[in-house]
Design a binder for this molecule. Structure first.
Ligand SMILES: *Cc1c(COP(=O)(O)O)cnc(C)c1O
Length: 388
């Protein structure tokens, strides 16, 4: 920006608008999920990350209501200053059991967890090796850590290994990746990453935001569970309560030593008021539900497969991987915005995702399927996509 702040801000915004990149907020209200009211009209929501519909589940609502009645609405303090309720401790024990780790720590959001883990644990002299398409909060955490940041090409473990091999001896290395990528739904090869972690004596930080609650046979605790490797002193698993778990907040599941370090050094943990009791109670209820009710995830995967089958039958291209996140890449930002508008007029809320959220030239519609969609919703959306 130039010296005259205001006019250069005006110019910056004007040029964003010209490139069809100006972002704005859209206000919606749930009707009966997945139906919502947007711009005064009823639409079917295909952009929520509430994959299992748990935000509407009676068990979560009842848990929140009961906790508010008993504890009130706020905690009145940060975790280290009177803000640790018995509910927070219970939730941390429940997360550690869910993930099979020694310990866990609850953060106020996934963004704060990622920023707090990287800035709290990584030293300036260390090296962070991060997938190029990692979530922005992991990038911001790496920048705050002020360590050397190397971003390897998306999912390219050969490139990652080459970079690991070229790190100076004795330097601590941190491999950082989303497990399921938020804008494409594709997945990191965690077994291969674990082997690299061992071979190069590195740490492995995994962001399970889009995997928690839906991947993993037994606990449905995320993609790491599917490797069968379990707890490891140098693996740090981060996940959120804000997506498939239908609520809000995040956790870090790791060794007791890592959790102790986070309590000391993670500024986004230390300097923020703790999650309110109603939210913590909903998180506890959500963890219990996903582990006990396999039908929830079965319905989601049935819908994902049903939708993929419809796209396939209409000869519309499909990503090779199976995920509730289905990217519909159109490339050009203005064309993507236009397509989202066409879908909206047809009654579907699908978000257009443009750079800088995704790389240049890969603007897309990001469709998310949830367990709440009915076969009619899936069929109708596929039919409209065919006309785009
Ligand atoms: C959504 C998301 C986050 C942030 O989580 P919030 O709880 O929404 O702050 C972090 N990482 C990934 C990969 C995400 O998709």
């Amino acid at each position: 920006m130039g010296s005259s702040g205001e006019s250069s801000l005006t110019q910056t915004l004007a040029s964003l608008a010209k490139e069809h990149r100006l972002r704005s907020l859209r206000t919606m209200r749930p009707l009966c999920r997945p139906e919502i009211v947007l711009d005064g009209q009823s639409r079917v929501d295909f952009c929520s990350n509430d994959y299992l519909g748990l935000s509407q589940h009676p068990a979560l609502k009842a848990a929140t209501q009961a906790a508010v009645d008993q504890y009130g609405t706020g905690t009145g303090g940060a975790r280290l200053i009177g803000g640790t309720l018995d509910l927070h401790t219970q939730l941390e024990e429940a997360v550690a059991a869910f993930k099979g780790t020694e310990a866990a720590l609850v953060f106020n959001s996934g963004y704060q967890a990622n920023v707090g883990v990287l800035s709290g644990l990584v030293q300036r002299r260390d090296i962070i090796l991060a997938d190029k398409l990692n979530h922005a909060s992991l990038v911001d955490g790496a920048l705050l850590a002020q360590a050397k940041l190397i971003r390897y090409p998306h999912l390219d473990l050969t490139a990652l290994e080459d970079k690991l091999a070229h790190c100076p001896k004795g330097v601590q290395k941190w491999i950082v990746t989303d497990t399921v990528f938020s804008m494409d739904g594709d997945q990191a090869d965690l077994t291969a990453l674990a082997a690299l972690m061992e071979r190069y004596d590195a740490w492995l930080i995994l962001d399970e935001a889009h995997a928690t609650g839906i991947y993993g046979e037994h606990h449905r605790s995320g993609l790491w569970e599917t490797t069968g490797i379990g707890a490891h002193p140098r693996v740090i698993q981060i996940g959120t309560f804000s997506k498939a778990l239908g609520s809000f907040g995040a956790y870090v599941a790791a060794s007791r030593e890592v959790v102790t370090a986070l309590i000391q050094f993670s500024r986004s943990f230390v300097y923020s008021t703790s999650l309110p009791p109603g939210v913590v109670a909903a998180n506890l209820a959500a963890l219990e539900l996903v582990q006990e009710e396999a039908a929830l995830t079965q319905q989601l995967w049935a819908n994902v497969d049903g939708f993929r089958g419809r796209l396939d039958a209409l000869n519309l291209g499909l990503p090779a991987w199976r995920s509730p996140i289905i990217p519909w890449i159109l490339g050009d930002a203005s064309r993507t915005v236009q397509a989202a508008q066409t879908l909206l007029e047809a009654g579907f809320f699908v978000q257009a995702i443009r750079p800088p959220t995704v790389p240049e030239g890969t603007a897309r519609l990001r469709i998310t399927v949830s367990s709440l969609h009915q076969p009619d919703h899936l069929e109708a959306l596929a039919q409209v996509l065919k006309t785009l």
